[in-house]
Design a protein around this ligand. Structure first.
Ligand code: NAD
Length: 368
């Protein structure tokens, strides 16, 4: 790893060009990235998901390593620098993120802040000439997704969404079944996802979360149903918000939502999400069989999955490690991620239609 980094410096030195001028060019990053795996990753936002999943995943990755952080808490950043063995000069604040443009240690910026800040941080990352992974939901609105996609195109950097389930064997089997139609076309889908939220945190703040459980949890069912529909998105939706039992917490977002999604081939998905019940379930049924994610349908591990042919027993991988390694390989080999920004944007288009349907009480077309 070290020798690759040294050879890059030697190469730059031989060219006789100032490092600042060189490192400000995103296309140069892309070119040089080819020469030095593992690529350097900086996590933006050191909350629960970064601490519990992404940081540990980056200890398992082969093609990417954690080499920096962006945080509002300097002391926390220093602890991460110790734990992950990177220099304190690679700790940035949200206000100094743009300075990452001059840091050759970092190739990929992974945005793990509240949803409403994803656009701001992903665009700052792209402008710094870094490749971007953005957590789900990609942003609060389709317009914000468009702005992220545009910024990454302009900077000629790659963009991916943290849709880790594309790297999970059970969900890969769902996609295979949808593609090869072993059970026929899945015409009936259902999903249920929730957890109990008892305090007002950013997830119940519309500006930071974009909405309530629909944005945070419902998006998994939307994404799973599109997998079961072989990648197609629904053409129309209906939705209704549940009556609030905790209006003190859910003052400006829904506490729960019932919704349906209709697909062009006649398939339908019926779903529910809330912050007042615990659930994690998904089922897809065709004329010749079914697959059911009985427990932990959309979580990291502990999935219990059965089909009409019997139970499935895959060895659970470290989803996030596979996801990050795949993106690093996309950068190194100049290929598009299987979970590109466009997929995150698609899901926001569906979410927007669902919120509209909940307001109008009518079936709404999804405008992609
Ligand atoms: P969290 O609240 O634990 O962490 C959020 C981080 O953002 C904290 O470090 C916080 O300090 C920082 N932050 C910066 N500005 C902030 C502000 N104005 N208000 C609040 N926090 C601010 O949240 P989390 O669970 O780590 O979620 C972060 C993102 O990751 C969300 O978009 C979430 O949807 C996503 N996530 C994805 C998965 C997955 O499986 N893919 C799982 C959990 C979370």
């Amino acid at each position: 790893m070290k020798s690759n980094r040294v050879s890059r410096r030697v190469f730059i030195g031989q060219m006789g060009i100032g490092a600042t001028a060189l490192f400000s060019g995103p296309s140069l990053y892309a070119a040089l990235a080819n020469q030095r795996p593992p690529l350097g990753v900086a996590l933006v936002g050191l909350g629960k998901y970064s601490t519990g999943q992404l940081g540990p995943a980056l200890k398992q990755t082969q093609y990417a390593k954690l080499r920096g952080v962006v945080t509002g808490d300097k002391a926390k950043g220093q602890q991460w620098a110790k734990d992950y063995d990177f220099p304190e000069t690679n700790i940035y604040s949200y206000d100094t993120m743009h300075q990452l443009a001059h840091n050759p240690d970092i190739d990929i910026i992974y945005v793990v802040t509240p949803n409403g800040l994803h656009a701001q941080h992903a665009i700052a990352a792209a402008k710094a000439g870094k490749h971007v992974i953005c957590e789900k939901p990609m942003a609060n609105t389709v317009a914000e997704c468009d702005a992220i996609i545009r910024a990454c195109k302009n900077a000629k950097v790659k963009l991916s969404v943290g849709y880790r389930l594309h790297f999970d064997p059970y969900h890969k089997e769902l996609m295979r079944l949808a593609r090869e139609k072993d059970f026929g076309t899945f015409t009936k889908m259902s999903g249920d996802r929730g957890f109990v939220m008892n305090t007002k945190v950013w997830r119940a703040d519309k500006k930071l979360a974009g909405g309530g459980p629909m944005m945070d949890l419902g998006v998994y069912i939307i994404h799973g149903a599109c997998m079961a529909a072989n990648g197609a998105g629904p053409i129309s939706v209906t939705a209704s918000e549940i009556t609030k039992t905790r209006p003190d917490i859910f003052s400006d977002v829904e506490e729960g939502m019932n919704w349906t999604m209709q697909f062009a081939d006649g398939a339908e998905c019926t779903a529910f999400t809330s912050y007042r019940h615990g659930a994690d379930h998904f089922k897809a049924e065709g004329a010749k069989g079914w697959i059911e994610f009985k427990e932990h349908a959309f979580t990291y591990r502990g999935m219990v999955v059965a089909t009409s042919r019997g139970p499935l027993n895959f060895t659970p991988p470290y989803q996030q490690a596979l996801q990050i390694d795949d993106f690093a390989q996309c950068v190194m080999n100049n290929r598009q991620s299987v979970v590109p920004g466009e997929l995150g944007r698609r899901d926001l288009a569906i979410l927007e239609a669902i919120y509209k349907a909940a307001q109008t009480g009518k079936s709404e077309k999804v405008i992609y």
